[in-house]
Design a protein around this ligand. Sequence first.
Ligand SMILES: [Mg+2]
Length: 86
Amino acid sequence: MTEYKAMTENERDRLNRAALDAIDEACEARRRFACFNSPHEGISVIREEFEELWDEVKLKQHSGTAMRKEATHLAAMALRFIVDLT
Ligand SMILES: [Mg+2]
């Protein structure tokens, strides 16, 4: 069985930064758009953000900045799904 090491402090700092970025994005989206009205609406928006991330991943020349931006959007919409619908 594979054993994994605990996160380093640097990894934990990066994780916190990513989570805060996703929360900021979810707050900004909430200022511009109403809450999700249904699980179907929420999953449609999540799928749209997933597809935008997938488009970046499929590029031959990956851009870390562009992938991070789209991954943050995806995480933000997942957070909105949790907050608005559960
Ligand atoms: Mg996006």
